[in-house]
Design a protein around this ligand. Structure first.
Ligand SMILES: [Zn+2]
Length: 232
């Protein structure tokens, strides 16, 4: 048995969640799961329908984007995953989808404002939208550069990837991540729900205000702070 079997299984299970959660159509979207000790991650093969996936079909790739095990070509977004794993050492799972509402905000090139407590339960910042990439980046190593576009946006906005586990890539779609692949999938579903709510909020009230700082703090800290009291 492959020494990568556990991450193949994790990546498979996480990928299969995407259609169940309504986050993907056809073959759009991909999840990867990393093992830091092995310096590798397992990712969905490119263009294979979800119903034909098996754990064995997952492709093993190192943090430089080189395939090290697997018969199929890895997802076309593999280099974006590799760049993020290489530079953000606390993440072990990454998800990319074209889920409708999050993608609509990305296409509109807008950060998703923090309008309510659903958003604040998960992060205290607006969900950042990285600007569309320059032609030079697009014509070069596009998927690799997408990773840098994401990291540059976090640097410029002073965001911590351990606290804000999601981003919109302008004109493209979202990426989310987490300590595990399961958490990264959870974050994709949260992002889509928050994006949907924010869209409707602006339809009902074009000048809806951002959530007050006191409520942002309260909701985030009761779930994530040192004195958190959410859950059992
Ligand atoms: Zn995409």
């Amino acid at each position: 048995m492959s020494k990568y079997q556990h991450i193949k299984q994790t990546a498979y299970d996480a990928n299969m969640q995407l259609p169940k959660l309504g986050l993907v159509l056809f073959t759009f979207g991909n999840v990867s799961a990393a093992d830091r000790a092995l310096g590798a991650f397992a990712i969905k093969p490119s263009g294979v329908p979800y119903e034909e996936l098996t754990p064995e079909k997952m492709v093993i790739v190192d943090f430089d984007g080189n395939t090290i095990e697997g018969d199929l070509r890895p997802s076309s977004d593999t280099k974006t995953h590799a760049v993020l794993y290489k530079n953000w050492e606390h993440i072990n799972g990454i998800v990319h989808t074209h889920s409708t509402y999050a993608t609509a905000w990305a296409q509109s090139q807008r950060d998703i404002p923090i309008f309510g407590t659903t958003h604040a339960d998960h992060l205290t910042a607006d969900i950042p939208c990285a600007p569309p990439m320059h032609d030079k980046m697009i014509e070069g190593d596009y998927e690799y550069q997408t990773g840098f576009q994401i990291m540059d946006t976090f640097k410029e906005q002073g965001l911590d990837y351990k606290e804000v586990e999601m981003v919109l890539v302008g004109n493209h779609a979202p990426f989310t991540w987490g300590k595990t692949a399961e958490k990264a999938v959870y974050n994709s579903a949260v992002l889509e729900a928050v994006a949907h709510m924010a869209y409707i909020t602006e339809q009902i009230n074009q000048s809806a205000p951002r959530l007050k700082d006191s409520l942002i703090k309260k909701h985030y800290e009761r779930k994530h702070g040192p004195d958190s009291y959410y859950g059992q």
